[in-house]
Ligand binder design. Structure first.
Ligand code: AOS
Ligand code: ZN
Ligand code: ZN
Length: 399
């Protein structure tokens, strides 16, 4: 393998979400999984297993209050002892009773202030964990025409985002995540990339757009959104997952691996761009997974997600850019398309086996995980907890 390819693959990073290791479900049912993590400490233990086998997933995004602790210095130390770092901080302004009609867009000022106070508390957490990103998702929206004034809600969102943006320490960012619908069913206040983008432009340089793959209408060309935001210097990061119909939060790369490859292709183009803004933006993208593994074994599902991202990235690195640009400049449509398809169709498993040998890792991570007995061990130690993994258990369980 050539040195550039090797170093690019070794430098790849995928951040896993704490909430992906706990029980999760749909509004119909949460199937409790034996050994599912019950606390942030156990979630970090599981993330350490994924990092042990891949070497490219040291970051763990946490969710407040689901993962709130008394001492974030202790949490940071616990993570570091396992080769991990605390990644993005995800506030939660969608589960308190007061947020029924929205958080920062709520018609009641007291509720807006409550939400902003929580977001500012999460900025304080960032300072203690040394996190770069404040990852903002709002369930805010309305269910019926006329329920609230849509322009007033837009302005409340901007005011709230601006107050939090201006409290961010230097070197940190807010990632503004949009979503077409759900849980609101008539209008979502941050409904598409344009809404996030325009708020980011208005509130300041620390604001960037977060693209969650499951947050678009059917058929939307996500890689085109990625290219546009890269070129604008406003692509902050991703929430990777797969979808068939809605925000299904399935294992990334399982329903449309070609889309994931095309997204990585834009990021590899961007990171090699002659345009400084695009290049710098691409090199600072946060690659985060955001999934809910409802019927799959938690750690193996997360491992598969990381490996699917690794495979897509490896294929994207193989695109012959000179050949592609030559075909594009000649308007040779099919030659250009074939350059992309040649890379996508390449079996990169031998390449990744070679990479893992270079990194001192097992060549088959899934098999190594299954043979390690890790899943059986945590099932024995943790048992089966009912309820969603997002909610902290009553007793403070430390492994
Ligand atoms: C919700 O659909 C969003 O994707 C959130 O980013 C995610 O589910 C999680 O709650 C993190 O806030
Ligand atoms: Zn998301
Ligand atoms: Zn989502």
């Amino acid at each position: 393998m050539n040195a550039d390819l090797l170093s690019a693959l070794q430098a790849q990073r995928i951040e896993t979400p704490s909430w992906g290791y706990g029980n999760s479900g749909t509004r119909f049912k949460t199937f409790a999984a034996a050994g599912a993590a019950r606390t942030i400490w156990e979630k970090l233990d599981d993330a350490a297993e994924v990092q042990r086998l891949t070497g490219i997933a040291p970051g763990v995004a946490i969710h407040i209050p689901w993962d709130a602790v008394d001492d974030y210095g202790e949490l940071k130390k616990y993570a570091s002892e396992r080769g991990l770092t605390i990644g993005a901080i995800n506030p939660n302004v969608f589960q308190d009773e007061e947020y029924r009609l929205g958080s920062v867009t709520n018609p009641e000022e007291a509720v807006r202030e409550q939400a902003i106070a929580h977001l500012l508390d999460c900025v304080e957490v960032m300072k203690q964990t040394g996190s770069r990103d404040l990852s903002l998702w709002f369930a805010d929206g309305t269910n019926y025409a006329g329920q609230d004034d849509l322009r007033s809600r837009k302005r409340r969102m901007r005011t709230g985002l601006k107050r939090v943006h201006d409290a961010l320490p230097s070197g940190t960012r807010m990632l503004v995540e949009y979503k077409l619908f759900e849980p609101a069913f008539y209008a979502t206040d941050l409904f598409d990339w344009g809404a996030s983008y325009s708020h980011c432009l208005a509130i300041g340089d620390k604001a960037q757009v977060l693209v969650d793959l499951g947050h678009h209408a059917q058929g939307v060309n996500i890689e085109q959104i990625v290219a546009f935001l890269l070129d604008e210097g406003r692509l902050g990061g991703f929430h990777f997952n797969a979808r068939r119909y809605g925000d299904d939060d399935l294992i990334v790369g399982t329903s449309n691996p070609f889309e994931l490859f095309c997204i990585y292709a834009e990021l590899v183009y961007g990171a090699n761009s002659a345009d400084d803004l695009t290049k710098q933006t691409a090199q600072n993208v946060s690659y985060m997974i955001d999934q809910s593994h409802n019927i799959e074994p938690k750690v193996e599902a997360m491992l598969q997600s990381v490996l699917n991202c690794q495979e897509s990235y490896a294929k994207a690195l193989l695109i012959d850019r000179d050949l592609l640009q030559e075909a594009q400049s000649k308007g040779d449509v099919l030659a250009a398309h074939r350059v992309m398809m040649d890379a996508f169709k390449t079996d990169v498993r031998p390449l990744l086996t070679e990479l893992r040998a270079e990194m001192g890792l097992k060549s088959e991570p899934i098999q190594a995980h299954r043979q390690s007995g890790y899943q059986e061990k945590v099932a024995r130690e943790r048992g089966t907890q009912t309820g969603g993994g997002g909610y902290p258990v009553k007793e403070k369980v430390r492994s």
